[in-house]
Design a protein around this ligand. Sequence first.
Ligand SMILES: NC(=O)c1ccc[n+]([C@@H]2O[C@H](COP(=O)([O-])OP(=O)(O)OC[C@H]3O[C@@H](n4cnc5c(N)ncnc54)[C@H](O)[C@@H]3O)[C@@H](O)[C@H]2O)c1
Length: 349
Amino acid sequence: MQKDKLRFALFGLGDFGPEFVRYLNEVAEVVAVCDPSVKARVRFGETTGLDLPAFEHYAELLDRVDVDAVAITSPNFTHKAIAVAAAQRGKHVYCEKAMALNVPECWEMVRACDATGVRLMVGHKRRLRPPWARMIALREQLGPVLAINVARYWNIRLRNYSSREWWQREELTGGLLTVSGVHTIDWMRAMCGDVARVSALAGPQTDPQFSYPDTLHVALQFHSGALASLTVSLHYPLLHFRESGGPQVVCREGGMRFLPYKDHLDLYWQRMDEAEAHHERFDDLGFDHAYRLEVGDFVRWINEGRQPCLTWREGLRCVEVMEAAHRSAQQNGAWLNLPLYPELEPVQS
Ligand SMILES: NC(=O)c1ccc[n+]([C@@H]2O[C@H](COP(=O)([O-])OP(=O)(O)OC[C@H]3O[C@@H](n4cnc5c(N)ncnc54)[C@H](O)[C@@H]3O)[C@@H](O)[C@H]2O)c1
């Protein structure tokens, strides 16, 4: 039966949770929250003005509060446990990227949700932000993508990661690409379709605070035949993270060039038969639009069965590409074919 407002529980009240709750409360009602950190629970109340029952452990919340759905904005290493526990109790699951630490964990989440018939969506906002969505749409005029190049070099010391230790540990994040690259990979999949194979090389580790190499060069080949290159480094003083990672895109009938800045985005595109490039400037970075679309679609998917902009598939395939790249880097750049775990794929009838 359709309800006016779905009741949500929110897990993870660190940097992102207090921001995300705003979007949830526009279309649903967050009725309880959970974070093992007292400091985070207190700060959540202070910054959002919301006075909600707050729990230390996710199972306690799930057992004591009647909710329809959960939103997971806790660290990557906690996603699977919370999602599976929620699904087993019949709660729909919205989970932030990265979906989980590895592909087997992702399949566990999918199967737990399948077993009780609840929805599972993974948040991947990049492809939904209008400037990035515009490039996806421009393929209509420029033809299919042949190649993409993204340099994601930036200075992580400008961001406050040092007080959030889990971000620095491979076994808690899933590796470098979950920190920098996850959004690009999902957008590349939106541009080119499924990835066929992956190769990556890691550079030297320059910063001892990370437990993983902080420079990685990744090559992707898509089933469409398109090629992509994603180069990542956290050790580049010239750019803030928001200014890095502007793609160059080669299409059959033309090309695109995208330049991100802290407060606006410039898109240039041109057909082969045109003398000059078109220029589109986006003064709105498009975050609000993307989050509203995600959570709005999640609620409509539950209430009305309407096909959403994202499901769990994007999340799982993105984790698969990242896991393959990290594994390839440990194998000196070996090309790894996807699916990475064929034995876990559903049997095709
Ligand atoms: N879609 C996006 O653009 C976007 C943006 C930011 C963060 N994220 C994702 O959101 C998640 C959180 O990122 P963040 O930057 O807020 O991290 P953070 O470290 O700032 O906050 C994480 C919070 O989760 C809490 N936590 C730890 N274990 C928990 C558990 N078992 N149950 C509930 N809470 C728990 C921590 O105490 C902390 O307060 C990550 O998965 C990240 O990738 C997505």
